[in-house]
Ligand binder design. Structure first.
Ligand SMILES: O=C(O)CCC(=O)C(=O)O
Length: 375
């Protein structure tokens, strides 16, 4: 059955009406339940346009805000990013069309076990909490992943690890424009990620180009995720996406603002619903930035909650762009982040090894439906 965004649109509109008002925040039956200004304080909206426009003082001011935010929750919501909303909406609609196909159609581009982050993952074959060693039922999501294209053959065959990161993408035949839309989306996000990495460098008092030679052959991945409507209640401990940290440098996320969405862990242990301003993209730092900065910046735990039962019929699309460095970039404490104790908390690691370890844990746990989906 084709999926539509209608139920999403209705709920999103009623959600948007809650912005700026807190009257219904604490009524559990309201779509505004739990919504407050806290979200905007913990995940602030930062306008990055002044940095991208190039004025030195403006750059410093954006960088200082980014530094403060990444030291607290590790999450921010960015505006002034220059990504056309039309492109985001086209990607979202194309994703709905892909996931609305019969399972047999989607399985034609199933994730090959020997290739990570390529093709279709069905409901039941991943659990993000496994990356932290947590035993949970599989996540209630299906996804489609792809990685770098425009890659030369020499690069691809360099080593076995390079072969994994530059494995060919597996594109579905339907929807017809799927590949074109998502390649454009990927290129746009890749450019934005480079700019954000420049902001990061300035925020750490480094040359703007500090990270450039570590990411000139990036291994970034997009995972288009569909969280289906829940016709049956989840089993104990089961979420749309279990708690995890991201593996790379930086994630740039579009996600429908619906009940059953992104939550970020606060220092007091609470989970905070993230409600981005319309048009904003949510950005967070992953494990590499935490290692590089000796934990000055937080690679924060986050998860995707289940919708409350009265909104169980609402599905959700999310399109995270996971920016990654070169697979052979050595990630070790940036000297200026070593702190007064002079101790690096993490041993140096090659990005490729760190990533493969996490990815393997998310997908290869006994008990998941490796090889065939639950129908
Ligand atoms: O769906 C979302 O909002 C976030 C997804 C996410 O965190 C992930 O796939 O790693």
């Amino acid at each position: 059955m084709p999926l539509t965004g209608n139920s999403y649109a209705a709920v999103a509109t009623s959600y948007a009406c809650c912005l700026g008002g807190v009257n219904n925040v604490n009524k559990p039956n309201s779509p505004c339940f739990g919504r407050s200004n806290m979200s905007r304080d913990a995940v602030p909206v930062i306008d990055v346009e002044p940095f991208l426009a190039g004025d030195e003082r403006a750059k410093q001011s954006v960088a200082r805000r980014v530094d403060t935010t990444l030291q607290t929750t590790g999450f921010m919501s960015i505006v002034g990013h220059g990504v056309p909303d039309q492109l985001v909406q086209r990607a979202r609609e194309t994703a709905l069309e892909f996931f609305g196909q019969e399972l047999t159609e989607k399985m034609k581009v199933a994730n090959p076990p020997e290739h990570m982050s390529r093709g279709y993952n069905w409901v039941g074959n991943r659990s993000l909490a496994y990356t932290l060693g947590e035993e949970t039922p599989p996540d209630l999501q299906e996804g489609f992943a792809f990685g770098p294209f425009d890659i030369g053959n020499n690069e691809r065959r360099e080593t076995q690890i390079a072969e994994s990161f530059f494995a060919p993408n597996i594109w579905p035949k339907q929807p017809e424009n799927f590949r074109a839309v998502f390649e454009e989306y990927y290129r746009t996000m890749a450019l934005l990620a480079e700019k954000i990495m420049a902001i990061f460098a300035v925020a750490l008092d480094l040359q703007e180009s500090y990270f450039s030679d570590k990411m000139d052959r990036p291994t970034s991945v997009i995972r288009v995720v569909h969280y289906p409507a829940q016709s049956e209640p989840p089993v104990a401990g089961q979420l749309r996406a279990g708690a995890h940290t991201d593996y790379g440098t930086l994630t740039i996320l579009y996600g429908d603002d619906t009940p059953g969405g992104l939550q970020v862990k606060l220092r007091n242990g609470d989970w905070l619903d993230v409600h981005p301003t319309p048009g904003a993209l949510v950005c967070n730092v992953g494990d590499l930035m935490a290692r590089w900065t000796n934990d000055r910046w937080v690679s924060n735990l986050h998860r995707v909650a289940n919708p409350p039962s009265e909104h169980a019929s609402v599905n959700r699309i999310a399109i995270p762009f996971f920016h990654n460095t070169n697979h052979d970039a050595l990630i070790e404490c940036i000297p200026s982040c070593i702190g007064v104790e002079g101790v690096a908390k993490y041993p140096p690691v090659l990005f490729g090894e760190h990533y493969l370890d996490k990815q393997t844990r998310a997908e290869r746990k006994p008990g998941l439906t490796a090889g065939k989906p639950n129908e």
